[in-house]
Design a protein around this ligand. Structure first.
Ligand code: HEM
Ligand code: HEM
Length: 175
């Protein structure tokens, strides 16, 4: 019944904007890290941090938007798939918030203020502590990042499954 893509219920405009700009900010933040690892310039680590903190602010606003706007009813699917999608969406929200917080704590515990595009600085608001800096570095790099990759791949895989196998117009809801 609901397979006609033209009448699927869409996400609100604000939710769609939040979704795609989050994805772009994630890609840009990662790209800055990639450039930093593959060049001698110190410019990119600063940009990595500034875009990462921007994503944190963006995600906080996104959560508020999510609580204030109504999600469209789910497309028809088995109960377990619905549960999995809800759990993985929740995980993506949590990971995209935890990641920049871990990065920020790594920096400040390392005694480094964080400059945001030269607009303002996040000062060292804790007592620097090398072992905590190392802990948040490991969390950032070895724990949360692989989880972001895993959940994002499952997420995109599921979206493609809906698009090309189920053909239920799921992606159109978010476009
Ligand atoms: C969601 C946002 C973020 C993502 C996806 C992200 C991703 C990453 C990744 C993948 C690495 C590891 C690179 C590698 O060793 O191959 C990394 C390293 C790093 N990140 Fe982030 N990051 C984010 C936010 C932040 C923030 C907000 C800060 C600081 C304010 C930050 C500071 C750092 C630093 C200093 C390193 C280098 C660690 C080292 O050289 O050992 N990151 N980040
Ligand atoms: C090519 C890339 C992507 C596609 C095609 C895509 C597609 C979608 C679609 C269709 C939905 C809505 C599902 C529904 O209507 O029930 C959605 C929701 C969502 N996506 Fe993506 N997405 C992509 C990338 C990403 C990335 C990179 C992230 C973050 C790492 C992400 C995080 C989320 C979250 C958290 C939701 C749940 C929204 C909510 O409940 O408020 N997406 N995505």
């Amino acid at each position: 019944m609901n397979s006609n893509n033209s009448n699927v219920k869409k996400w609100s405009v604000s939710s769609r904007i939040f979704h795609w700009i989050s994805a772009i900010l994630l890609l840009v933040t990662w790209t800055m890290m990639f450039l930093y690892n593959n060049s001698d310039s110190n410019l990119y680590i600063g940009l990595h941090k500034a875009f990462g903190v921007s994503l944190l602010f963006w995600m906080i606003a996104r959560v508020i938007n999510r609580l204030l706007t109504k999600a469209p009813p789910p497309v028809p699917m088995p109960k377990w798939q619905l549960l999995m999608s809800q759990l993985s969406h929740f995980a993506l929200y949590a990971l995209l918030i935890a990641m920049p917080i871990a990065g920020l704590l790594m920096s400040v515990y390392g005694g480094r203020p964080v400059d945001i595009f030269g607009l303002f600085q996040i000062p060292v608001f804790v007592n620097p502590d090398r072992s905590l800096a190392r802990f948040y570095n490991d969390l950032h790099t070895d724990i949360i990042w692989p989880m972001i990759i895993a959940f994002t791949l499952v997420h995109i895989g599921a979206a493609l499954h809906h698009q090309f196998i189920k053909k239920d117009g799921l992606i159109a809801r978010m476009k």
